[in-house]
Design a protein around this ligand. Structure first.
Ligand code: AMP
Length: 274
């Protein structure tokens, strides 16, 4: 496995190694990331994983500085998972001058997480487009854990005619249901014990709908209230059409319920398709 931090070296190394399968990450890797690498291996001759904590997607007062950076351990895991190349650019390598051009995603990027994190998905789309241009992969693999992100990236690829196939990886969870996330490491022991309630709230909504309940707003409110009673600050619990991410309507073919809430200072997100 090669570890490369310069764009020019990466480009040269990738000559003749198509098809490349690409997994962008911010590092501090866990089984969720490694499952994407495993999936990528099925789609490419050469698997490239990027590790870059992207400042463009963090807002003022968010956790950019304290975001866990664990490059050595990450590289060991990637080697074991069968990655071929780890791309670890510095901020200066990607932004030798300030990034003045930005991808402007559609209005869905201002809802859900985008309502609480203004500009977040502009930053995500911009870095992903840059990385796609640098790596020029045949496919990219993204986790459903970040459902809105996946939706926006699919839209960007489609509307800009990028010749890249997007694959989605299922969310990998701890035994108690909590979705694995680099941010779980911020949780205190008590908060960690409480954290699976977010997933349980989504499961309850799915069960209620399966048993014939149809009042979406009431289900969202009940879940929000239950989390709030247990000390969460809820950003949203929202039932959406899985294909458009618009508010769920009777008769939708596929739905997803998405949630984001804070326990103490840690913000967790999760979702469930059905
Ligand atoms: P991040 O390092 O958090 O930017 O995530 C990098 C990629 O890993 C994104 O495509 C995420 O959706 C994906 N990912 C993060 N957590 C999980 C998980 N628990 N299961 C599956 N994929 C995940």
């Amino acid at each position: 496995m090669e570890i490369i931090s310069a764009i020019a070296v990466l480009r040269e190394t990738l000559q003749g190694r198509q098809p490349v399968a690409f997994v962008p990450t911010m590092g501090n890797l866990h089984e969720g990331h490694l499952a994407l690498v495993e999936q990528a291996r099925q789609h490419g001759r050469c698997v490239v994983v990027s590790i870059f904590v992207n400042p463009l997607q963090f807002g003022a007062g968010e956790d950019l500085e304290k975001y866990p950076r664990t490059l050595e351990a990450d590289c060991r895991k990637l080697q074991a998972a069968g990655a071929d190349i780890v791309f670890t650019p510095s901020a200066h390598e990607l932004f030798p001058t300030p990034q003045q051009f930005q991808v402007e995603p559609p209005s869905i990027a201002s809802e859900l997480c985008g309502a609480v994190r203004p500009g977040h998905f502009h930053g995500v789309a911009t870095i992903v487009l840059k990385l796609f241009n640098i790596v020029q992969p045949a496919c990219g693999v993204f986790g459903k854990k970040d459902y809105q992100q996946l939706h926006i990236i699919r839209g960007m690829v489609r509307e800009f005619d990028l010749p890249i196939q997007i694959f989605a990886g299922e969310t990998i969870r701890a035994e108690d249901g909590l979705a694995l996330s680099s941010r779980n490491g911020y949780l205190s022991q008590e908060e960690r014990a409480e954290a699976p309630r977010l997933y349980r709230a989504l499961l309850q909504i799915r069960e209620a709908l399966a048993s014939g309940q149809i009042d979406f707003a009431a289900l969202e409110t009940a879940a929000r209230n239950d989390l709030a009673r247990h000390g969460w600050q809820v950003d949203y619990i929202s039932l959406r059409n899985a294909n458009t991410l618009q508010a769920a309507q009777p008769g939708d073919a596929a739905r997803v319920v998405l949630g984001a809430a804070r326990l103490g200072t840690t913000r967790l997100i999760d979702n469930l398709e059905f």
